[in-house]
Ligand binder design. Structure first.
Ligand SMILES: Cc1cc2nc3c(=O)[nH]c(=O)nc-3n(C[C@H](O)[C@H](O)[C@H](O)COP(=O)(O)OP(=O)(O)OC[C@H]3O[C@@H](n4cnc5c(N)ncnc54)[C@H](O)[C@@H]3O)c2cc1C
Length: 422
């Protein structure tokens, strides 16, 4: 089996798969390691902001996304207790893609990883990265086949960490393990059929100790996803012995939020509640090593804005534009070049996403604290269009990546490869 590549990418979520597609199309040899079999459900609100749809098109899954995804999201609502404020969502400045839509992660992630295979990526799935050694220009990554237990060591000049943020990479586990905290945010998601959620409406939920959202995704399924503080969940579980954490969350949301109760009236849950976390909001671009990080591995925003997949796709793009400034064979293993590139990428990442992270953190902390949230609710009731503005400030209509930038690089590389007869 092949073990030497230009790059090894750990994690086949939206960040890892899109980086793999972009680099492979430009002629890089790419190994993409994904530990889970797809399709798989995943904790996520599943809304993809309109600003990303040109990127999905450039990745070659635009038409499939358009066929499969749920209705265009044109309105946002804030639901808190008995209160509901509704406003328009801002349209993105794109002729074909003004509105975001939702697509189950079992479908989106499968579309992307399939596209990676078609682009010539060596997809290892279900394989897990178990150990990473080396440094910029000379990486060794131990991988293990989840089913057969086979172990291999892959070598690569460039290592990209796209493994998300809810589990540490094995090597980092010892350093990152810590006691549970009352303030840990745990994430949950369930899908429902026959829910009464109006098409095109994206409700954001604020409740004591947590926040969440609902959306109509593909196939008429409604996704309900939320985050809740560990202490709040434990307190609620003590009052309902025998119920699973997901069932407790469902009851809590219905009790605390009239809007959720109305939407779920007569609805049937499809599949189990999924749980993940604790979340790790903040910027993690550098963990003292020389890996490139994209997606949640680079930085996690509180998902109250539902911008995590935007950051995953767009950070992959930002990094790949930098990496593709060098054609394959032009000394990818040069550590000085990688260090400089890491500096430029980190600066671009911060300009693109740091404000979004801070804004999401402020909103999340307000939403979880009813006493602080009261005046915010009063403001929104008076001026609902502040919700529209919040979506703009949160990045919903802004794409920091330029799909054409990669197209130019690909054209250059295709041409270079033809000239070299490769
Ligand atoms: C409650 C909630 C609601 C959300 N709602 C939205 C929303 O509506 N819209 C939005 O845009 N974002 C939303 N997000 C955020 C979004 O889910 C994440 O930001 C996004 O999944 C990040 O993509 P990623 O590719 O970086 O990581 P992931 O999607 O987490 O992918 C990482 C992949 O790496 C694999 N992996 C992990 N470790 C290894 C290993 N050692 N070896 C091999 N593979 C490995 C995992 O199996 C996984 O498939 C939400 C998040 C939460 C918690």
């Amino acid at each position: 089996m092949r073990t030497k590549f230009d790059t090894v990418i750990i994690g086949g979520g939206p960040a890892g798969s899109s980086a793999a597609i972009l680099l492979a199309r430009a002629g890089w040899s790419v190994a993409l390691i994904e530990k889970q079999d797809f399709p798989r459900r995943k904790v996520c609100g599943e809304c993809i902001a309109a600003s990303n749809l040109p990127l999905l098109e450039a990745l070659g899954i635009g038409a499939l996304f358009a066929q499969a995804a749920g209705p265009a999201l044109q309105q946002v609502a804030l639901m808190h207790g008995a209160h509901k404020v509704v406003a328009a969502l801002p349209a993105a400045p794109h002729e074909h893609y003004p509105w975001g839509r939702a697509l189950g992660r079992e479908t989106l992630d499968t579309l992307l990883i399939t596209q990676a295979r078609l682009a010539g990526v060596h997809v290892m799935q279900p394989w897990s990265a178990t150990h990473v050694k080396g440094t910029a220009g000379n990486w060794r990554c131990d991988v293990r086949a989840t089913d057969a237990g086979t172990v291999l060591t892959l070598r690569a000049a460039v290592l990209i960490d796209a493994h998300g943020s809810w589990q540490a990479l094995p090597d980092a586990r010892a350093g990152r393990s810590r006691d549970h905290r009352a303030s840990d945010l745990l994430a949950f998601k369930a899908n429902f059929r026959q829910a009464r959620l109006p098409e095109g409406l994206l409700p954001v939920l604020a409740f004591r100790g947590g926040y969440g959202g609902m959306v109509r995704a593909d196939g008429g399924v409604t996704t309900l996803a939320c985050c809740i503080r560990r202490d709040q969940l434990e307190a609620s579980r003590r009052t309902a012995p025998g119920l699973s954490a997901g069932e407790v969350i469902e009851a809590l949301l219905q009790e605390q939020c009239d809007g959720v109760r109305a939407v779920l009236q007569g609805a049937r849950r499809e599949g189990a509640w999924l749980a993940a976390g604790p979340l790790d909001p903040g910027i993690h671009l550098s963990r003292g090593d020389a890996m490139f990080r994209i997606g949640n591995a680079a930085g996690e925003a509180h998902p109250i804005l539902g911008e995590g997949m935007s950051m995953a796709l767009q950070s992959a793009w930002l990094l790949c534009v930098q990496l593709l400034a060098r054609a394959p064979g032009q000394g990818l293993s040069d550590p000085a070049w990688q260090r400089e590139l890491a500096r430029v990428y980190a600066a671009q990442w911060r300009v693109a996403f740091a404000a979004r992270l801070r804004f999401a953190a402020v909103l999340a902390h307000l939403a979880m604290r009813p006493r602080l949230f009261k005046p915010v609710l009063a403001l929104l009731q008076r001026w609902p269009t502040l919700l529209t503005r919040a979506a703009v400030w949160g990045g919903k209509t802004r794409c920091t990546a330029d799909p054409a930038a990669i197209a130019i690089q690909n054209t250059f590389c295709d041409h270079a490869m033809r000239q070299q007869g490769t």
